[in-house]
Design a protein around this ligand. Structure first.
Ligand SMILES: Cc1ncc(COP(=O)(O)O)c(C=O)c1O
Length: 418
């Protein structure tokens, strides 16, 4: 990446984790050339999809769909993907409650005035530290920074503690299991509490790795137990793969590494997937048109790019590459943390989705700025975490460049107490 002053920077944050195969990828550029009319003549997809739309979806989104989910809808961004997934969950839940009966006239009229019984008091449970987006509905399930939420009206939806695990995970198995049980206990209590007070929990939204909140991990057992709790309580499970989807963890979908008995009810995506949207089960399919709807419903041009991207990922075996280069980078930051344990700790990662904690927020912030000035662009998240979001095309040599810059910068910062 070259900035406005002409500095050449290794981009390990990739437009907030959203650039999959680098800038000006030739296969993607060619896809634009070959499909120019898709980019110039943008259809209102919900009403007027192009005639080959179904085929396009089969060749792109449906060719990489999570196991067991064969319904998909496109959206413009991560926030509106989650927001519409919430709506799909609310509709399916109310359909179940109505037992197949139609809506009453009273319901149809009252909802227009923001009143019951048409508007429900149902809720979505999410976790402290979660980021599910910044539109008003998705924001109600987001708990990251006050700047995202201050001044906006919202709804009373429950938050549970996301487990705060100790790293390296393999050294703290028992402690971490107890911490996860505590968090799961809270989920159960909150569902009971909210159901009792008439704000029934319809769905649970969770990120596979809580990203904006500080790259917080939980074990596959945690997620399997969470799904069991959802099933026991008649809630749907929405896995928000907006940041983890499309390979950066070494798997196309991180939740597929959990060994769930059945697929989640919905999986949202955006960022590296080029288009927003969500996959969902048959049960979540709305029974009428226009209920999950907007004018653009995403952008077919982005789906053209996704089709080209999938070709690149497969041809260049990029998932395998991510695992290899991610391992090199992780080993490197781990040895750096061993050299400077008073400054760096908790190196952790999955594939090339990596993070390390600084000794304080101010150390981390200064480190990020100095790294950038030295030619390495990284991201920050949580109170004191530095995150790496390399692109899928990065090889081991890029990891070595990043590690050289990290080592020099941390060494320079070692002369000061932070
Ligand atoms: C896990 C997750 N969900 C949802 C969102 C919101 O996506 P967008 O910014 O495209 O609305 C983000 C954005 O960072 C995210 O990381």
């Amino acid at each position: 990446m070259v900035d406005v002053d002409g500095n050449v920077i290794l981009d390990m944050f990739a437009q907030f984790s959203s650039t999959p195969v680098g800038y000006n990828n030739p296969t993607l550029l060619q896809a634009i050339e070959e499909n120019q009319s898709m980019f110039v003549n943008r259809p209102a997809l919900g009403n007027l999809p192009p005639k080959d739309w179904a085929e396009r979806l089969k060749n792109s989104l449906l060719s990489v769909s999570p196991r067991g989910l064969n319904q998909v809808v496109t959206m413009a961004c991560g926030s509106c993907s989650n927001e519409n997934a919430f709506k799909a969950m609310f509709m399916a839940y109310r359909r179940r409650e109505r037992g197949g009966n139609n809506y009453s006239l009273e319901e149809m009229e009252s909802c227009l005035k923001n009143e019951a019984p048409g508007c429900s008091d149902l809720s979505i449970l999410s976790f402290y530290g979660a980021n599910h987006g910044r539109t008003m509905g998705s924001l109600a399930a987001t708990h990251t920074k006050w700047a995202h939420k201050l001044d906006f009206p919202t709804v009373d939806w429950p938050f549970a503690d996301f487990p705060k695990l100790k790293y390296p995970l393999e050294e703290y198995v028992d402690e971490n299991r107890k911490e996860e049980e505590r968090s799961l206990g809270q989920v159960c209590d909150l569902i009971e509490k909210y159901n009792k007070k008439g704000r029934h929990v319809v769905g649970v939204a969770v990120e596979p790795i809580q990203a904006e909140g500080g790259d917080n991990y939980a074990s596959p057992e945690f997620f399997r137990a969470l799904q069991r709790i959802c099933k026991q309580n008649g809630c749907y499970l929405l896995v928000d793969e907006v940041q983890t989807g499309m390979g950066s963890t070494g798997s196309m979908w991180q939740h597929e590494t959990w060994g769930l008995d059945t697929p989640p009810d919905a999986v949202s995506f955006s960022k590296k997937m080029m288009t927003g949207g969500f996959y969902y089960s048959d049960e979540l399919r709305p029974s009428e048109g226009y209920r999950v709807f907007n004018t653009w419903m995403g952008d077919p041009g982005r789906v053209v790019l996704l089709e080209a991207l999938i070709k690149v990922v497969k041809q260049e075996e990029l998932l395998r590459n991510v695992t290899r280069s991610g391992q090199t980078l992780l080993q490197g930051v781990m040895s750096l943390q061993n050299e400077y344990p008073h400054l760096l700790s908790n190196a952790r990662g999955s594939g090339a989705f990596l993070a390390i904690d600084g000794s304080s927020g101010s150390f981390r912030d200064t480190l990020a700025v100095r790294l950038r000035n030295a030619g390495l662009h990284t991201g920050v998240c949580g109170p004191r975490t530095l995150r790496f979001r390399p692109m899928l095309i990065y090889r081991e040599k890029h990891a070595f460049i990043a590690l050289d810059i990290m080592r020099d910068t941390v060494r320079e910062m070692n002369d000061k107490v932070w």
